[in-house]
Design a protein around this ligand. Structure first.
Ligand code: PEP
Ligand code: MG
Length: 818
């Protein structure tokens, strides 16, 4: 006689193919316990009460017929959804456990106690439905879970409640709408050792960037306490991003983003009867600090890599950290569903023309821009009053909001991170969403016309008014190959990952001063001299920004390093040329605390800028911080693809002083493969190209400054705008000269000024000169690539014609015949 199907199955006896027996969640927990433990991935132990046990429970209590009848009544329209759900749930909750089944569950619970060395272990009791891996992942988790359950009676009660939760109103209407046979779906229960996350932390993790689909990062969200608040969008979590290709080298710490969220509340276990969890406010230290330390972040990221590798696809995971032991655990893993299904060959780009005042900033979800009319909603059940295509503005959302979201053109919320319900569902629906704006419901008003932009990097914005939007599709399958390298100019780390799909040859110019402006905002010398700053306003602002940093200099070094690393990651392992700061004194003075350190100059363009600052007493300590950040990126994080570039270097003697200063700060050209480039943007760089070539690995032509200084035209002067012309023969001859001179000296030469992005004829001219690389703005990449490919083909043809006299002769004969 075949043995009866088991009531319980231990996690170490199930795997991913067991969804029919133990549901999606348990199957994946089992898979990780059996296959990934040896890779060091910790999953709390436990067992599943099988789907078959659920069916036998229904049969023993003659519930199938009652459920079918209740559903039939509901379908005939005689009974409301609410009443149907309530009746079925009550019937299940009133069911009695067949004694052998109850005995088996109790025995397994005892065994769990023996294994964990506790007589009455606390367990998490979690629903795991056999139809959990439905395509629309946002509907997963409709069934209930119970935390902190202890003792036989409480356990059996919690299991029965999980069974009943297969018939929540939402689950019934969802299955009904999609034509699922209710009786075919079964519910298995996972009984798992409790992680004391109430006093620890928890969160969500993806092995892919959820917005851009960049597959080389792990994105981690973290809150204090239990994780439920994240998905419900009640808290703004911390966010960390780790670069996968370098994370397995344990000497490196490639954390390219670390952001503290508001984390105003935390969900903890309640000890009072009848209440299992409750939200409490967080302390100031908790709000300002990171939930995870670097070691924990790296460990989770390594696990994400191992899990993804095992499953062979990008994954969406949940983790928890035990507050008592500090140990980390993975508590769930399922395939990521949005980015992995996206058309990889197409890149849609949006450009906003004439945007209005920026009203709100939050986290951007998706990459689109839309315009619409605001509707602030507090009660999601008032569907009829929500106009189709309106911008839905809410404090946060949960599954009850989905019908409204289906009508919306964009979603804006006060609270929530990238893994909040609002973000997850918007992403799946392809709606742009700006989440965690803090006060959207207060600052916006009904019927207000707005533009919602998620096309500007990590941050999303809401602008006043209806802007006009340009949309372009780039077919990545049609980008031609070129001999001339085409690289990207990148300014803002927040937008760097947006362009990873472009088949660029690296980053040709990352202007450090832009990164400082975008992410640091403070003058480096004001951080060095914080204690003696006289500007009290600046001092207060710096104190606020540098909260959590014992040493103010570290604020600069860490943020700059992460900003550079994010840009370096987007094109790794291709070269990423990072130029040391080139603010002019008037621009430096505008940084927080900057005025005390910058001289007032009549002509900042020709003043204290570029290389001259680095060895001067006025800025030496600031430059030391820039170098420290570069070392952090290359040596501690492992981005050896980062090349250093020196701007505005007036003479070879100045070059020597800068290189010596850099070496004193640990950045020695040639050591650990360090390459150092110099901008070619002053006529002296051209005239003495042979001497500069001896000191640097390559040149990058700064056509903006070179034009200014060749023609003597202030590049910022509107009055002289007509005279500023990179295509003037005076400039093009200069450029041709330096390309030839660099090549004669065996040095590489590229260009990173604006001209080739704007003028196809200029790009053609550069190809004719045999330039090695062009660095262009990302939105002009495709057109430049096409121009370069055509110019290279023409050049080849010309060369061939020149080389082959026979062909020339034949052509002449042909011409004569004509
Ligand atoms: C240039 O001068 O062409 C250049 C790329 O540098 P910047 O525009 O930052 O001066
Ligand atoms: Mg320049």
């Amino acid at each position: 006689m075949p043995s009866a199907p088991p009531t319980i199955l231990w996690f170490d006896k199930v795997g991913r193919s067991d969804i029919a027996r133990v549901g999606g969640k348990n199957a994946s927990l089992g898979e990780m316990v059996t296959k990934l433990k040896k890779r060091g991935v910790d999953v709390p132990t436990g067992f599943a009460v099988t789907a078959d046990a659920y069916r036998r429970f229904l049969a023993a209590n003659r519930l199938d017929a009652r459920i079918n009848a209740a559903i039939a009544d509901f379908r005939s329209g005689h009974v409301s959804l609410e009443e149907t759900g309530r009746n079925i749930r009550q019937a299940i909750l009133g069911g009695a456990w067949p004694s052998p089944m109850a005995a088996e569950i109790k025995a397994a619970y005892r065994e769990l106690g023996t294994r964990s060395g506790q007589r009455r272990p606390d367990v998490a009791v979690r629903s795991s439905a056999t139809a959990e891996d439905l395509p629309d992942a946002s509907f997963a988790g409709q069934q209930e879970s119970f935390l902190n359950v202890a003792g036989d009676t409480a356990l059996l009660d919690a299991c029965r409640r999980c069974f009943a939760s297969l018939y929540t109103d939402r689950a019934i209407s969802y299955r009904d709408a999609r034509g699922f046979e209710h009786c075919k779906v079964a519910l298995s229960v996972g009984v798992q050792m409790m992680i004391r996350a109430g006093s620890g932390g928890s969160g969500v993790m993806f092995s892919i960037d959820t917005e851009t689909g960049f597959e080389h990062v792990v994105l981690i969200n973290a809150v204090w306490g239990l994780g439920e608040n994240i998905v419900r969008g009640l808290v703004d979590p911390d966010e960390y991003v780790v670069f996968k290709p370098l994370v397995e080298n344990r000497r490196l710490a490639p954390i390219i983003e670390k952001h503290t969220g508001g984390k105003a509340i935390k969900l903890i276990y309640a000890n009072r009867d009848g209440q299992r969890t409750r939200n409490v406010p967080t302390s100031k230290a908790e709000r300002e600090g990171y939930v995870l330390g670097d070691d924990d972040i790296l460990q989770l990221a390594r696990w994400a890599v191992a899990i993804e590798r095992h499953y062979g696809m990008p994954m969406d995971m949940e983790w928890a950290r035990d507050g008592d032991t500090g140990k980390l655990y993975i508590v769930q893993a399922r395939p990521e569903t949005v980015q992995s299904r996206r058309d990889q060959g197409l890149l849609k780009t949006y450009r906003i023309r004439k945007k209005g005042r920026r009203i709100l900033t939050g986290l951007s979800v998706g990459d689109a821009v839309v315009t619409g009319v605001v509707r602030i909603v507090r009660d999601p059940h008032r569907l009829d009053s929500f106009p189709h295509g309106a911008v839905l503005v809410a404090e946060n959302t949960d599954p009850d909001w989905v019908p409204l979201m289906k009508r919306a053109s964009a979603v804006v919320t006060d609270h929530g991170g990238r893994t909040s319900h609002a973000a997850i569902v918007s992403r799946e629906m392809g709606l742009p969403a700006v989440v965690g704006c803090s006060d959207a419901t207060r600052l916006l008003h009904d019927d207000q016309e707005v533009t919602v932009s998620c096309a500007e990097g990590d941050e999303g914005f809401v602008y006043d008014g209806l802007a006009s939007i340009e949309v372009h599709d780039i077919d990545l399958g049609r980008v031609p190959d070129t001999r001339t390298k085409v690289m990207l100019n990148m300014a803002n780390p927040a937008a760097a990952l947006q362009w990873w799909r472009l088949p660029a040859d690296g980053i040709g110019l990352a202007r450090m001063e832009f990164i400082i402006n975008n992410v640091i905002k403070v003058h480096p010398m004001a951080l060095v001299n914080f204690d003696t700053l006289t500007d009290e306003g600046a001092k207060a602002e710096i104190a606020r920004l540098t909260q959590g940093f014992d040493d103010k200099r570290q604020y600069f070094v860490e943020l700059l390093a992460r900003g550079i690393a994010k840009i370096a990651a987007s094109q790794y392992p291709n070269p990423v040329i990072v130029r040391m700061s080139d603010f002019k004194t008037n621009e430096y003075a505008n940084l927080i605390g900057g005025r005390e350190f910058e001289p007032r100059e009549e002509n900042p363009m020709l003043g204290f800028r570029g290389a001259s600052r680095y060895y001067s007493d006025r800025y030496r300590e600031g430059f030391a911080l820039e170098c420290a950040a570069m070392r952090r990126v290359r040596e501690d994080m492992g981005f050896r693809n980062v090349v250093v570039m020196i701007p505005f270097c007036r003479t070879p003697e100045e070059a020597d002083r800068v290189l010596k200063t850099m070496a004193a700060h640990g950045l020695k050209r040639g050591r650990n493969g360090l390459e150092v480039y110099v901008m070619c943007e002053i006529p002296s760089n051209v005239v003495l190209a042979d001497q500069f070539a001896k000191r640097f690995d390559g040149f990058s032509i700064g056509s903006n400054d070179l034009t200014q200084l060749t023609l003597g035209v202030d590049r910022d002067s509107e009055a002289l705008a007509d005279l500023f012309d990179e295509r003037h023969e005076a400039v093009t001859r200069t450029i041709r000269t330096v390309i030839d001179a660099a090549h004669a000296a065996g040095a590489k030469v590229g260009i990173c000024g604006q001209a080739p992005s704007d003028y196809p004829d200029f790009a053609r001219f550069l190809v004719e000169c045999g330039i090695d690389s062009m660095s262009v703005s990302p939105d002009s990449f495709l057109s430049v690539k096409n121009t370069v490919a055509a110019a290279e083909a023409a050049r080849r043809k010309k060369k061939k014609t020149k080389k082959s006299p026979a062909t020339t002769k034949a052509r002449k004969t042909k011409a004569r015949r004509r």
